[in-house]
Write a protein that binds this ligand. Structure first.
Ligand SMILES: [Zn+2]
Length: 267
């Protein structure tokens, strides 16, 4: 039987157990009570907004099965972040120690079936994904890479595309604005929000500025446009490349031969 959220505002489940101490779904014999649900309930009832928590604290409160390793904890925190929780770590906020996290915004009451349903994670259908990829020329709108292309300077690291959000879901929720196809965009896994905390630190401002200074005027203008739009637009040349790169092997060989003769002779 689904729980009515309004009747379960307190820290205890219908049987009187604290939510974060449940191991089995209330009303069932053996259906496991999810770790993310226990974590959300513990944070909700034991931490105020602005409070800090650590991995050791969670391990003491919830046991090693929830936070055995930092990657386990990170996965569970990602689940909560996807349903409206804002939980900065040391990577988001340098004033936090490496083992510290802050409760900045409490999101969905994930331990309640109703709240969990209302914040179902974003899972677009295959049809919608195709539509978004097609509209965006099957390239990451952030960095411009296509599926299967390698990242510049990393020949063994090939990009995979996914669907991301122009405006984060939790922000739309607070504005009560619909999350629809206009808000979805093609992103490579690296530029996509949930994994952003796993990529190396971005370059320093002065490093980037030095690179920008070396660009010619036309490239500076293009870069300015991309930054102002918040995405990389595709040039005529990019579009031709998109079409050329998916030709058959023989067709590509022909094209290369053509370019070698024509591009070579005109320069
Ligand atoms: Zn990208």
């Amino acid at each position: 039987m689904p729980l009515d959220a309004s009747e379960h505002d307190g820290p205890t489940a219908p049987d009187g157990t604290l939510w974060w101490e449940l191991t089995v779904e209330p009303g069932t014999r053996s259906k496991p009570f999810g770790q993310e649900r226990r974590l959300a309930a513990w944070l909700w009832f034991n931490k105020e907004i602005g409070d800090i928590f650590t991995m050791n604290e969670l391990r003491d409160a919830l046991g090693p099965d929830i936070v055995g390793k930092s990657e386990h904890l990170n996965r569970r925190l990602r689940t909560l972040r996807a349903v409206g929780w804002v939980l900065p770590s040391n990577k988001d906020d340098g004033s936090l120690r490496p083992d510290e996290y802050r409760v900045q915004v409490k999101g969905a009451r994930y331990w309640l079936a109703e709240d969990r349903r209302a914040h179902r994670p974003f899972a677009p259908s295959a049809r919608v994904r195709r539509e978004v990829f097609l509209r965006d020329d099957s390239r990451c709108v952030v960095c411009g890479i296509a599926a299967g292309e390698s990242y510049p300077g990393e020949p063994n690291n090939k990009a995979a595309l996914t669907i991301g959000h122009r405006v984060p879901q939790e922000r739309l929720r607070t504005r009560r604005t619909a999350d629809d196809i206009d808000n979805w965009r093609t992103e490579c896994a690296r530029c996509n929000e949930p994994v952003r905390d796993e990529i190396p630190d971005p370059r320093q401002h002065d490093e980037v500025l030095a690179q920008v200074r070396r660009l010619n005027r036309a490239n500076k203008r293009t870069l300015l446009g991309w930054l102002q739009r918040g995405e990389r637009t595709r040039s005529e040349l990019d579009r031709v490349y998109d079409h050329a790169r998916v030709l058959t092997h023989n067709e590509k060989e022909d094209l290369i031969a053509y370019l070698q003769s024509s591009a070579g002779s005109s320069s």
